[in-house]
Write a protein that binds this ligand. Structure first.
Ligand code: SF4
Ligand code: FES
Length: 322
């Protein structure tokens, strides 16, 4: 019988967890959950090569390991730094981390417009949540901002490049999930942008998933745009017999109408099983789906704010009437 690999014991903000060697700090923190988990805008568990680009997941390593307890001099990206036995990490308990995070948010917001009131991603946007927690009320930036025309990239997807934070998730999704990637990051440095060469259309079977992985409102679903604020819809777990994907999805309902269909996401905002374009864009009748019941939204975000799962308290007659 082979011996089990010894686990590494690490501490994050005073909470201890044992993980396999090779685990990243971010994934170890996700095992602990709650406030120990750093935010992540570009890392995506199921996408190879993701992470290491946005710097929102920076943490402080105050003790390197049991063998070499020296602290790491600089903050490290938790999504791409693996743990060592005895490592001690500070996330929310470090003022350096909080300052760095607010600096990263300030930088991401240099070009990103604060158009949450009209953005379809509002309520589900990771940058909105970050700005809410770490953002400053004014900007120090004095130069002209980057602006772009809104682009139709394909039949179903709209690109607002002005909102893009260049996390590369959509590029990895197209590369790893579809047969043919037709878009990518063009140009470099502050000229870099997501684009399709010679205005190619994105038509691959699974391309709709770029909408779900985009952490901001840069890629939106043309079949749902401007139909409703997402918190006015009722998300339901649904499934259907689909020859192309698992057919497990979330139908966001307005009354009896299926307003949009997305894949199911976990508490870290990551899709568990990617769905095909047919389920996402063409199955908009209630009769297309078997309804399992209301979806529980784990993520703390504006979307959870209306507590649609909770019973309406009896002493609010106006709400009960509706
Ligand atoms: S469009 Fe969205 S997913 Fe693609 S790089 Fe920009 S922010 Fe990331
Ligand atoms: S999530 Fe770690 S750098 Fe973006």
């Amino acid at each position: 019988m082979s011996e089990a690999t010894p686990k590494f014991k690490i501490t994050i903000d005073g909470h201890t967890v044992e993980v396999d060697p090779g685990t990243t700090i971010l994934n170890a923190a996700r095992l602990l959950g709650g406030d120990s988990v750093p935010p992540a805008m570009c890392y995506y568990t199921s996408l190879k090569g993701s992470g290491g680009k946005c710097r929102t997941c920076l943490v402080e390593v105050s003790k390197g390991s049991e063998k070499d307890p020296r602290p790491m001099p600089k903050l490290v990206a938790s999504c791409s730094t693996t743990v060592m036995d005895g490592m001690e990490i500070k996330n929310k308990s470090s003022q350096r981390v909080l300052d760095a995070r607010s600096g990263v948010v300030e930088m991401l917001l240099i070009n990103h417009p604060l158009d949450c009131p009209i953005c379809d991603q509002a309520g589900e946007c990771h940058l909105q949540d970050l700005a809410y927690e770490h953002g400053k009320s004014n900007t120090r930036y004095e130069f002209e901002r980057r602006t772009f025309e809104k682009l139709d990239i394909g039949e179903y997807i709209k690109l607002h490049m002005t909102r893009c934070i260049l996390c590369y998730r959509c590029v990895y999704t197209a590369n790893q999930l579809t047969d043919k990637r037709e878009h990518g990051v063009l140009k470099r440095g502050d000229a870099a942008e997501i684009g399709t060469f010679i205005e190619n259309n994105l038509t691959n079977d699974f391309i709709g998933n770029v909408i779900d992985v985009c952490p901001v409102g840069a890629l939106t679903d043309k079949t749902f745009r401007f139909r409703s604020r997402v918190w006015y819809t009722k998300p339901m777990d649904v499934h259907r017999d689909c020859p192309t994907c698992s057919g497990k999805a979330v139908a966001w309902m307005i009354g009896d109408e299926v307003a949009r269909v997305t894949a199911r996401k976990d508490q870290f905002g990551e899709v568990k099983e990617f769905i095909c374009n047919d389920c996402r864009f063409h199955k908009k009748e209630k009769s297309d789906w078997t309804i399992e019941g209301p979806r529980h939204i784990d993520r703390t975000s504006v979307i959870s704010a209306n507590h649609y799962e909770l019973e309406i308290p009896k002493h609010t007659p106006l709400l009960n009437k509706a």
